[in-house]
Write a protein that binds this ligand. Sequence first.
Ligand SMILES: [Fe+2]
Length: 377
Amino acid sequence: MRVVKNGPAALAAPVMQLFKATTGVGCRVIFEQIRSGGCLSYVIGCEETRAGMIVDPALGQIDRYHALAAERGLRIHYVAETHTHADHFSAARELGRQLGARIVMHRLAAAPFADVRVDDGETIACGKLRVRVVHTPGHTEDSCCLVLPDRVLTGDTLLIGGTGRTDLPTGDPHALHASLFDKLLRLGDDLAVYPAHDYKGRTATTIGAERASNPRLQRREQGEFVAMMRALDLAMPEHLTEALRTNRSGGKTVAQLIAEASRDISFMSMEEVRERIAAGGAGDLVLLDVRERDAFDRGHLPGARHISRGQLELRVDRELPDPTARILVYCQIGRISTLATATLRQMGYARTVALDGGYEAWCAAGFPTDGGGAVRA
Ligand SMILES: [Fe+2]
């Protein structure tokens, strides 16, 4: 295995480790590791046929996967998840849709959008590359490891110097013990291990190195191992509810909704709005405050009108009868106004724009406000 230092390294942070390996079965493998905070995902492919697979993609990295696949000349046929993630947002469904790729998950995965459901001992053919599925429940019941000829993607079953936790939904320390000692550690000491997480900047390890030094693998007896896992007392992941909701259902995260809305609209900078106000009452711009009424009453942009986001669709025809009006929407920090602007554009208010910022930033910049005597729509 050698590290390739050119090419996609130019994509810069988050750090990407690039590898090109010979698998030992005559199929050269394209292998890339993408780091997103503590999450590690992978783009792998068959060098000869350029068939590719993305493993455990993170939602915030979608553009990077597209860029990487294009740069390496890969056609992505599969997006595989080693398990249902509870701690970050999966890009599997979105990438599958965008790339026309099939989503691969274990048969026990709750996600209804998996196209290819796999089980222990089965193989995914990616060009000439063969990716073998080993079912390794424990961290979750649908956890799998994906075995390539010289390496294994271990998901959260085996980490560098650790293992996945077993206290989240469908976790089971007894199952993890069996998966590690009866399956994974038997794959061979030389096999390189690429996990789905590492929080210390490390990229890979080997089965042998983990067997020798991973503290959790020193408790080989099942009862001791289970007791150790149960005593960990780990904090809950930050976005557990939203991650499980979206990853199990294929639904969208709040950030995703806002990002999509922001691509459908245009914005106006705070400076531009301030100049327009200074030039005489915002000119032809209707300033629309979509925060709650009590926030509006405490202070708002000079001359702004008010319709709260919750009432927007119901009141807008009466309050803003001219669909050709140029409307500038703002809220407290700029997220709700993005959604509201997209809604108004969908409703035919084609000249609606969102403030690039929010009332909070407007005040912090020392820009003028009206504090009372509200002009209400
Ligand atoms: Fe996980």
